[in-house]
Design a protein around this ligand. Sequence first.
Ligand SMILES: Nc1ncnc2c1ncn2[C@@H]1O[C@H](COP(=O)(O)OP(=O)(O)OP(=O)(O)O)[C@@H](O)[C@H]1O
Ligand SMILES: [Mg+2]
Length: 239
Amino acid sequence: MTDSTAMIAVEGLRKSIRNGARTVEILKGIDFTVPAGQFVAIMGSSGSGKSTLLGLLAGLDTPTAGDVRLNGTAISYLAEDKLAKVRGTTVGFVFQSYQLVPTLTALENVLLPYELNAEGGDDGLAKARELLASVGLSDRLDHYPVQLSGGEQQRVALARAFILQPPIVLADEPTGNLDTTNGAHVLELLLHLNRTAGTTLVLVTHDPVLAGYANRRIVLRDGTVVADELQQPVEMVAP
Ligand SMILES: Nc1ncnc2c1ncn2[C@@H]1O[C@H](COP(=O)(O)OP(=O)(O)OP(=O)(O)O)[C@@H](O)[C@H]1O
Ligand SMILES: [Mg+2]
């Protein structure tokens, strides 16, 4: 049964892909619900289906069966215009690859969702600057993606995910390409937003240390959930 009060509800979620004559089952029936404000770490070996699951949670992909509800709205079979609206107002997404717009500066990339979705108001620019400062990029505002390192691009992508203050943030290995210090900054930002703004956070990570900061750990293997446990999160210690 779906819990209508859940921020995220996943029910009977399946994803298969046709590969020539064969059908490859990537997700084989996933069920879980995430209450508002929870920080969930999704773990599992390479190829277990983590990024596929996150793409379905974000409404970037359509399941073969089952459904995803975000904040009470079933998104999996919505028309693209309705889906775009829900996506814009409900989820921020940090991809495994950064997906910045190459022709826009760091500041413009962070502002983009705001300009596409915000209804009036002119505090977007200040918010974008503040977010870029919080990921240590105040001196890179006017740099284009090619002028930024991989880790810097990842931090711009993270700032962009938060500009609309979405109730849900989905992040796929957001610290995977960062050194220890920058990784800790990104994690601090994620934790800060989870705890102060009550952002529901779903983080895909291979790193057991990172997963230790979560309230809950879901482990995938071959497209199924093999563990789903609540845990006492580790307290963040300033680096
Ligand atoms: N478009 C596709 N066509 C065929 N197979 C695919 C496609 N997309 C993903 N897969 C397969 O589905 C499986 C799960 O992929 P997914 O990207 O979700 O894994 P992952 O858990 O995120 O792995 P990683 O930790 O390496 O990022 C993999 O075996 C992958 O090869
Ligand atoms: Mg992946």
